[in-house]
Design a protein around this ligand. Sequence first.
Ligand code: SF4
Ligand code: SF4
Length: 106
Amino acid sequence: MRLMNSPCSATPAVTCDRCDACCCQLEVMLICDRDVPARFVADDRWGGQVMRRLDDGWCAALDRDSMRCTIYERRPDICRDFAMGDSDCVAVRTLYYTPPARQEQP
Ligand code: SF4
Ligand code: SF4
């Protein structure tokens, strides 16, 4: 994700426990994240580093059964800053959970 996690009361109904970890489909840029295991890191087209994503679109570090981060203690800063219930979280959830036919056309 080029976005950015933490508890939040802004939208009580929003909780990671009832979410498909849709934020873990976003591009995650790595800046000073030296703790991330190399097997989860990919180069982007501009020569930067990002979290590697698999063919299903989710981050390679996401456990597909539990939908939880397997490197939680070593996750990138952007993931640490992505707050549950904040505007970025609500936006990505809206896109993920809204059927395409109901999404606003440009
Ligand atoms: S999109 Fe929001 S509710 Fe879903 S896993 Fe990410 S932070 Fe949690
Ligand atoms: S590092 Fe963890 S929290 Fe960050 S996108 Fe990947 S699975 Fe999600």
